[in-house]
Design a protein around this ligand. Structure first.
Ligand code: SF4
Ligand code: SF4
Length: 305
């Protein structure tokens, strides 16, 4: 349960906490705001890569306070993370409140220069990114949550750290499933991602093995940190080969939020460095570089199968 002080800190950071038990939250994505302000001129790389609309995207989490890792590159504040929820809000309540919260947050944009058309459209979000904070597959009703958004006509993106393969095996799969892979060995994983349980690396590997059987669009996200995890591309290639995702997103770690206290500014790779590392992975696998976004320092690799 969040303390009053933590709640205030999160509200100050523009989070809208939702649900009676306060384990869920919505935050307007920077790109959603940029798109509304610019009338679609400035959009996120996922709009460019996958065709979603940044201005109609709802960024939320049902697990604001839950995660079983403590990744050094995580931009969240780990002090409010637990491993268990005391009370659990039902998915329908979370969905309804998330949409209301998004609308409320959007009204704040009425006072700045913006596109009226885009703001009006944004009031009816049609894309949800279940990724804001924490590990979403720890929410016991994640399947019903995805179902509920789907029933309302949303495309659903779920980002997981991959340590709960047993959940991924049985849930309604999202439209696009992301698994984060930011270490190429157990040793690196322990140092960089600080798992709270011994079996997390094994579980992540189980998820990678499970990946080919999951019938949805799948992405492996590499968060690249200079001098920390940008080495041994062949080890990443071995792990990715098992999963055979449709896409690999190789993205630079950005020096923001809580991570800026755990890593150094110099650990942030340039776009060219991300591209160079992506090429090495591409050369080792049957994937080709199909797109990139310089402002976000991200390169997209597409499976040639
Ligand atoms: S897909 Fe991600 S980056 Fe793009 S608008 Fe949604 S939350 Fe933001
Ligand atoms: S798994 Fe995600 S939310 Fe959890 S510590 Fe790592 S980056 Fe942060």
């Amino acid at each position: 349960m969040l303390s009053e002080k933590q709640l205030k800190q999160l509200q100050k950071a523009s989070y809208k906490i939702i649900g009676k038990s306060k384990h869920s939250a919505v935050k307007l994505c920077l790109w959603c705001k940029k798109s509304i302000k610019s009338g679609g001129e400035n959009v996120c790389y996922k709009q460019k890569f996958y065709g979603i609309n940044s201005h109609r995207c709802l960024q939320m989490t049902p697990c604001l306070t839950l995660c079983n890792l403590r990744c050094n590159y995580c931009w969240r504040d780990h002090s409010y993370f637990n491993q268990r929820l005391e009370n659990i809000d039902p998915p329908e309540e979370i969905i309804e409140e998330s949409i209301k919260a998004q609308r409320k947050l959007l009204t704040g944009l009425g006072g700045v220069e913006h596109s009226e058309k885009f703001l009006k459209e944004a009031m009816n979000p049609n894309q949800v990114a279940i990724s804001l904070d924490g590990e979403p597959t720890m929410y016991p009703f994640i399947s019903e949550l995805i179902d509920g958004y789907k029933k309302r006509g949303f495309t659903t993106f779920l980002v997981t750290n991959g340590t709960f393969p047993e959940v991924l095996k049985k849930i309604t799969l999202p439209y696009q499933l992301y698994v984060s892979l930011s270490s190429n060995s157990e040793e690196m994983y322990k140092k960089l991602q600080n798992p709270l349980l011994k079996n997390c690396w094994r579980k992540l590997n189980e998820t990678l093995e499970l990946f080919p059987s999951l019938k949805t669009r799948k992405v492996i996200r590499l968060t690249l940190i200079k001098d920390i995890n940008m080495n041994h591309p062949e080890k990443y290639a071995e792990l990715i080969k098992k999963a055979s995702p449709d896409f690999i997103e190789a993205k630079a770690w950005m020096c923001i939020g809580g991570s800026s206290l755990r890593l150094k500014y110099e650990n942030m790779p340039s776009h060219d460095e991300v591209k160079e590392f992506s090429k090495k992975i591409s050369d080792l696998l049957d994937y080709k570089i199909s797109d990139e976004s310089k402002p976000s320092r991200v390169v997209l690799l597409k499976n040639n199968h």
